[in-house]
Design a protein around this ligand. Structure first.
Ligand SMILES: Cc1cc2nc3c(=O)[nH]c(=O)nc-3n(C[C@H](O)[C@H](O)[C@H](O)COP(=O)(O)OP(=O)(O)OC[C@H]3O[C@@H](n4cnc5c(N)ncnc54)[C@H](O)[C@@H]3O)c2cc1C
Length: 433
């Protein structure tokens, strides 16, 4: 019998696809009834939580007590704590609360040979190689994550939204880099390119009356007074959280620095709308399929120096490939910088094309995505920033990890799961199927 842990089913890496060569019976272990908060330790700002809890359930329960986990992925509604750990997830407010590996202090993995866990969650440890690291990115290959101790934070005293418009993507990126150096980075700051900016505008309800007037004035000001080209301009959405003082200070730094890079405030309302919009954009893929449009997202993490190379390579390759595969019309490519780090950023692409008349539309989609992924690797991007490896990206692992690293990981799995009960075959364990 094979066991497959199932969280919210929201992964976008083929991680839950059953290997076709598997001949044993496969049972999906639905984790969603393990959704309780077992303990909240308000003195030490931590909570022990069952791994099947969804992001929404976790936040509702913590908010009732005045706390938050701060983990805010676009899939919050359905994805689970266990799934976040198993895929190395990242939330939109990671600047303030951290990525999942910063949020989780300890967790329990139940494997066929016993539990992998460290008792007592303490702030930081120097206890040799730590078993907890096996859980992150385990993608269902090693066992079932049953619970985790996570950091919790008092709900912020103040929250404020903001938005900025820049004349070009290059200027926006330079601004993000400079902002990182100030140490005043808000909980979330995202830079959308011109195409995604226009997609956001198109998805807005039509403005009427005073709102329309305000919109027209802003557009006139940007194009006639500031000389922004509507086909080049880009936008930043900002969420600031913390004490009132912190938010005030961040706001000052953010808007003062933006002026140096030609940025203009677009208002708090646009910032809030832009922040919420990505929850919506995430779901329009299914809506578009009825019009023969196939779309999907993919992400990468890139050093500052390679950002424009990676984007340029993906854009160029997409157009060449669409022509090669006989895709009708022009493909759609939007991108945004979703996360910034001291050393670089996460770039998140949204790609789509019209598949009408294509014989094997899904096959063409995968072939194109695969080759775009190679272009990203060739230009200095990573295999994944937060979507994981699963099946879709496992073939690329030998390009980024040494042969011995992969062999060591496989030996480690044998020690935990000698009969390969967790035979989902993701990432480094794909070939063993
Ligand atoms: C609309 C949308 C928006 C998204 N936005 C984000 C985002 O902002 N940030 C981000 O990081 N990702 C995002 N994702 C990707 C996805 O939500 C994450 O990969 C998420 O962490 C998967 O969690 P899940 O509970 O749905 O896991 P599932 O999809 O159910 O499973 C994923 C893998 O983890 C394993 N697994 C699940 N639960 C357990 C467990 N308890 N023990 C052991 N293994 C387990 C499964 O076997 C599988 O291999 C998004 C996806 C969608 C569809």
């Amino acid at each position: 019998m094979v066991l497959v842990p199932y969280g919210g089913g929201t992964n976008v890496s083929g991680a839950l696809a059953i290997p076709t060569s598997e001949t044993r019976m496969v049972a999906s272990v639905d984790m969603r009834r393990m959704n309780r908060i077992l303990q909240v330790d308000e003195e030490n700002f931590q909570a022990c939580v069952q791994a099947g809890i969804s992001g929404k359930q976790l936040e509702i329960a913590l908010n009732e007590r005045g706390y938050t986990s701060g983990h805010d992925p676009d899939s919050l509604e359905f994805s689970t704590l266990g799934g976040w750990i198993a895929t190395n997830a990242s939330g939109m407010k990671k600047n303030r609360y951290g990525n999942i590996e910063d949020i989780v202090m300890e967790a329990t993995l139940v494997t066929p040979t016993g539990e992998v866990e460290t008792h007592h969650a303490t702030p930081r440890n120097s206890t040799g190689v730590q078993p907890r690291s096996f859980l992150f990115g385990s993608e269902g290959n090693l066992g079932i994550i049953t619970r985790a101790t996570i950091k919790i934070h008092k709900q912020p005293e103040a929250q404020a939204f903001g938005s900025l418009v820049f004349p070009s993507f290059e200027r926006g990126v330079s601004y993000l880099k400079a902002l990182r150096q100030t140490g005043q980075v808000p909980a979330s700051i995202r830079l959308v390119n011109n195409t995604e900016f226009h997609l956001g505008q198109a998805l807005k309800p039509e403005a009427k009356g005073f709102k329309k007037l305000q919109q027209d004035i802003l557009q006139l000001f940007l194009s006639k007074v500031k000389g922004f080209d509507p086909k080049q301009l880009v936008a930043c959405t900002i969420v600031m959280e913390g004490t009132k003082d912190e938010v005030r200070q961040q706001s000052k730094t953010i808007f003062r620095l933006a002026k140096k890079y030609g940025g203009i405030s677009g208002g708090a309302h646009r910032g809030e709308r832009g922040y919420m919009l990505t929850f919506g954009i995430a779901y329009i893929r299914d809506f578009f399929t009825q019009f023969h449009i196939l779309g999907e997202t993919f992400e990468t993490s890139v050093p500052w120096t390679n950002i424009h190379d990676v984007i340029g390579a993906v854009e160029k390759k997409l157009f060449v490939l669409c022509e090669e595969y006989g895709v009708p019309g022009k493909p759609f490519l939007a991108y945004r910088v979703t996360q910034t780090y001291h050393t670089g950023v996460c770039i998140y692409f949204t790609m789509g094309f019209c598949a009408q008349g294509l014989e094997d539309a899904v096959g063409v989609y995968h072939a194109i995505e695969h080759q775009l992924r190679q272009a990203i690797l060739d230009h200095g991007g990573s295999l994944s920033h937060h979507h994981g490896v699963g099946k879709l990206r496992s073939g690329f692992l030998p390009q980024i990890q040494s042969e011995n690293s992969i062999a060591v990981l496989r030996q480690m799995k044998k020690a935990m799961d000698p009969n390969n009960i967790f035979a989902i075959g993701n990432g480094a364990f794909a070939e063993e199927q």
